[in-house]
Design a protein around this ligand. Structure first.
Ligand SMILES: CC(C)(COP(=O)(O)OP(=O)(O)OC[C@H]1O[C@@H](n2cnc3c(N)ncnc32)[C@H](O)[C@@H]1OP(=O)(O)O)[C@@H](O)C(=O)NCCC(=O)NCCS
Length: 392
C-alpha cells in the first residue's frame, strides 16, 4: 500500500515515532537528560517545582517565575468536595492506582478550562494536576483507614506537604528533601509506555485529563511503574530467607523475572538507580532498618551474577529497584509506591501532552495510527459464509 512502511516490530523497541525536546536517554552510557540538563545535576541542585517548570516550559525559571509557578501549585492544593464524597463511598480495598485513574476525569469535570486548547490553558491544567495528584493519593489513604483527609500545609514544599497529608506528621526536612529528589528522578523518561499512552490519546485531540488518565493506567502495570511495589513484595518475602542467592537462582530457573532489574532502553545501570541506591543505604542507617537495603544489594549481586552466566550481561537495576526500600524507609505503604511514581511523572506526561498537542517538536500534529498485520481467519475479500445461529 502506498506510504506504508513494511516493518513489524512488536513492542516498538528502537522505533522512532516522533521527535521530542523534553528528555533524552543514552541507554549505553546510562545518561538521562531533561531539556538539556543531566539528571544528576538536577537531583543535586534543583527541586521538583523547578524541574516541573523546566519540563513544561522548556527552560529553567527565573526567581520570579519560580515563585509564581510555586504559588499556582500551592493555590491548587485542594480537590472538590464531590471527589471527597465519592472517595468515601468507594470500596476500601480499591487499588490506589485505580482510585487515581478514576479521579483524573473527575478532576476534568471540576476544571472550567478542560476544553480550552491554548498552550497557556494547558500549562494551567498541568499545574492543577501536579498539585492535586498528591492530594488524591493522601486523601484516599486516610479515607480507607477511616480517617479524615487533612488540609494542606501551605508552608511546606510539594514533597513535604504530601508526607504531611499522608501521615499527619510534619516530616523531617531531610526526609522531605529525599522525597523531592525522588520526584525529580521519576519526572520524565522520554517515550516510556505511559508517556506514549498519554501522547497517543491526545493525538486524537482529546483533552489533557483523558491523556493523563491513560498514563496512570499504563503506569500501573508491573512491567512499568508497578515494579516498585513488586520489588517491595520481594524484599518482604526475603526478610527471613537465609539463602538469597539460591532463591534468585530458583526464580530464574523457573523462567521468572526479578522485578526492578532490566530496562527496555538502558543497557547499563540506570542513572536514577545509582542515586537511589545510596539514598536507600543512607535512609536504612537513619531509620535503623538496614535490612531492606542489605537484602536488595544481595538480590542485585545474585541476580547480576546469575543473569551473566546466562549471557544476559546488560540487565542491571532500574529506577524501581531501590525506590522500593527508599519509600519503605519513608513509611510509605507498598501500594502507594506506584502512585508516588505517578505524582512525579504527571509533570512529564503533561509536558509531553503539550508538546504533542502543539507540535512543538515536529511540523504539525499527527494522529497516531500504526498498522497491524492480520493473521486471523480469512476466506477471501468476499468474507466467510455467514450461517444463521440455528445452522451452526
Ligand atoms: C523492563 C523490561 C520489560 C524490559 O524488557 P525488554 O528490554 O523488552 O526485554 P525482555 O523483557 O524482552 O527481556 C529480554 C530477555 O531478558 C530477560 N529479562 C529481562 N528482564 C529480566 C528480569 N528482570 N529478570 C530476569 N530476566 C529478565 C527476559 O526474560 C528475556 O529473556 P529471553 O531472551 O531468554 O526470553 C524487563 O527487563 C522486565 O520485565 N523487568 C522487570 C520489570 C521491571 O523492573 N520493570 C520496570 C522497568 S523501569
Amino acid at each position: 500500500m502506498e506510504g506504508e512502511v513494511r516493518v513489524k516490530n512488536t513492542g516498538l523497541r528502537g522505533v522512532t515515532v516522533a521527535d521530542t525536546k523534553i528528555s533524552f536517554i543514552d541507554g549505553e552510557e546510562g545518561v538521562l537528560i531533561y531539556r538539556g540538563y543531566r539528571i544528576e545535576e538536577l537531583a543535586e541542585k534543583s527541586s521538583f517545582m523547578e524541574t516541573a517548570f523546566l519540563l513544561l516550559n522548556g527552560a529553567l525559571p527565573k526567581r520570579e517565575e519560580l515563585g509564581i509557578f510555586t504559588n499556582q501549585v500551592l493555590e491548587a492544593r485542594t480537590i472538590p468536595d464531590f471527589i471527597y464524597e465519592s472517595l468515601k463511598k468507594w470500596p476500601r480495598d480499591a487499588s490506589p492506582m485505580d482510585v487515581l485513574q478514576a479521579c483524573t476525569p473527575l478532576l476534568a469535570m471540576d476544571d472550567p478550562e478542560r476544553l480550552v486548547e491554548t498552550r497557556e490553558a494547558n500549562v494551567r491544567k498541568a499545574i492543577r494536576l501536579i498539585a492535586r495528584f498528591p492530594v488524591i493519593v493522601a486523601a484516599w489513604h486516610r479515607i480507607r483507614q477511616g480517617l479524615a483527609p487533612l488540609p494542606p500545609d501551605q508552608t511546606l514544599t510539594h514533597a513535604a506537604n504530601f508526607l504531611w497529608l499522608l501521615q499527619g506528621i510534619r516530616p523531617d526536612e531531610d526526609m522531605a528533601r529525599d522525597l523531592d529528589v525522588c520526584l525529580m528522578l521519576h519526572a520524565d523518561h522520554t517515550f516510556n509506555a505511559s508517556t506514549f499512552a498519554c501522547r497517543e490519546v491526545v493525538s486524537t485531540q482529546a483533552h489533557m485529563y483523558a491523556g493523563v488518565a491513560a498514563g496512570v493506567g499504563a503506569l500501573s502495570g508491573s512491567l512499568h511503574g508497578g515494579a516498585n511495589a513488586q520489588v517491595m513484595k520481594m524484599l518482604l518475602e526475603l526478610e527471613s530467607e537465609k539463602d538469597i542467592a539460591g532463591w534468585v537462582k530458583q526464580k530464574l530457573e523457573a523462567g521468572e523475572k526479578i522485578m526492578g532489574i532490566g530496562h527496555a532502553v538502558y543497557k547499563t545501570t540506570d542513572p536514577r538507580a545509582v542515586f537511589l541506591r545510596s539514598m536507600s543505604s543512607r535512609l536504612g542507617g537513619k531509620t535503623g532498618q538496614r535490612q531492606w537495603h542489605q537484602i536488595s544489594r544481595q538480590v542485585e549481586e545474585a541476580a547480576l551474577k546469575e543473569l551473566e552466566k546466562r549471557g544476559k550481561t546488560n540487565l542491571k537495576p532500574n529506577v524501581d529497584f531501590f525506590s522500593a526500600p527508599v519509600y519503605h524507609a519513608m513509611g510509605i505503604p507498598r501500594d502507594l509506591m506506584t502512585p508516588i511514581f505517578a505524582i512525579s511523572r504527571v509533570a512529564g506526561w503533561c509536558a509531553h501532552i503539550i508538546e504533542e498537542k502543539f507540535a512543538e517538536a515536529q511540523e504539525k500534529p499527527a494522529l497516531y495510527r500504526p498498522a497491524a498485520e492480520y493473521v486471523g481467519n480469512y476466506c477471501g475479500v468476499m468474507g466467510c459464509t455467514y450461517d444463521p445461529v440455528e445452522a451452526r
